[in-house]
Design a protein around this ligand. Structure first.
Ligand code: ADP
Ligand code: MG
Length: 352
């Protein structure tokens, strides 16, 4: 819960600051015995300080692999970045030394995973794990590190932090354990946090609390936050912008509210309409028919065409570029104007 009225103005000059992270034309493939899986096929996205970007898409669309390439934790082999740039604070992280990369990863960007239980060390108390961040990276004494650990636990709103600091991960509930992970990620006050399905394993009420905590911390520390999820329902209140992924590509980017009002891609529309809603009770939910393609054999043209209710011949042959819908939105649909409900004939042929 945010206290009283949130009167914090939009971050000063956030727009003028330029992006904190800019991913450009990123390509990642996995060379496996079955062939080459093209997991990421030219992803572009940017995050500014103080901004939350939600990356949305069905399972297998390349969301996590993109994040792993950004963090420099790609499973390689079999995974390889074959093209692209990851510009973070004005440096291409794909070109810096391994040592430099580790420094950035420890202190400037951090990741939160879905499964806190396997990401935390089961035989170290939570306090020791949090404390290690400060003894190892900041050279603090054990005593000071312990005090910082308690402070961090309080900051992520774990009740009775002073007592719980001695406990082990398995003694925490799922939601509290996720808070410990958030505390670990926050310890060195990074500029960017990537949270990969951070609430997927939690029940709905706890999900909302953890999301709210992330949103509050992001605001308080003016961090960039990339929130990866397959659930459009959880991001409406916390994200500023959304990037929708399909078969390793971004198919739509938009400020969050516009996308709910009027999606510019039929895949996004399908995702939106498959969110259960009280006011649609009794009506059949529109589910996107079919399955996402195998990344070993991505369909030609628009990868979504076999599942698209509006596919035309051109969709089977021509890969749609990311069309600019307006200053803040893009769509990789040849027929985005129709999807948006704009008179495409008039817009396409102004002279006709
Ligand atoms: P998601 O959008 O669900 O996060 P991922 O980014 O994890 O999807 O994965 C995208 C695709 O990349 C997978 O469907 C798979 O084909 C491939 N992939 C991911 N990790 C590996 C791996 N370690 N080895 C082989 N292929 C992988
Ligand atoms: Mg994933």
């Amino acid at each position: 819960m945010t206290t009283s009225l949130d009167v914090t103005p939009a971050p000063e000059g956030a727009a003028a600051e330029g992006p904190l992270l800019e991913v450009r034309d990123l390509h990642v493939e996995f060379r496996t015995r079955d062939g080459v899986a093209k997991a990421v096929n030219g992803v572009d996205y940017a995050v500014r300080a103080g901004e939350t970007l939600a990356v949305l898409g069905e399972s297998g669309s390349g969301k996590s692999v993109t994040a792993q390439a950004v963090m420099g934790i790609l499973d390689s082999p079999p995974g390889f970045v074959t093209r692209g740039e990851v510009i973070f604070q004005d440096r291409d992280l794909l070109k810096v030394s391994g040592e430099e990369r580790r420094r950035v990863r420890g202190a400037r960007m951090a990741m939160i995973f879905q499964d806190a239980l396997s990401a935390l060390n089961p035989v170290l108390s939570v306090g020791d794990q949090l404390g290690e961040m400060f003894t190892v990276h900041r050279g603090l004494s054990r005593k000071d590190a312990r005090a910082r650990a308690i402070e961090l636990m309080e900051r992520v709103r774990i009740p009775a932090a002073r007592e719980r600091v001695r406990q082990y991960p398995h003694q925490f509930s799922g939601g509290m354990r996720q808070r410990v992970m958030i505390a670990m990620a926050m310890a060195l006050e990074p500029d960017l946090i990537i949270a990969d399905e951070p609430t997927t394993a939690l029940d709905v009420t706890v999900q909302a609390q953890v999301m709210e905590l992330l949103a509050d911390l992001r605001r308080e520390y003016h961090m960039g936050l990339i929130l990866i999820t397959h659930d459009l329902g959880v991001v409406a209140d916390v994200a500023d912008r959304i990037a929708v992924m399909y078969a390793g590509r971004i198919v739509e980017t938009s400020p969050v509210h516009d996308i709910y009002r009027a999606p510019a891609h039929l895949y996004t529309k399908g995702l939106l309409e498959s969110i259960p809603r009280v006011d649609r009770k009794g009506r059949e939910l529109y589910a996107i028919k079919g399955l996402p393609p195998s990344l070993l054999h991505i369909p030609p043209g628009c990868a979504f065409h076999p599942r698209c209710p509006m596919a035309r011949p051109v969709c089977r042959t021509d890969v749609p570029p990311l069309y600019r819908v307006n200053a803040e939105r893009t769509s990789a649909c040849h027929f985005w104007k129709e999807t948006l409900g704009v008179d495409s004939a008039a817009a396409d042929h102004p002279g006709a």
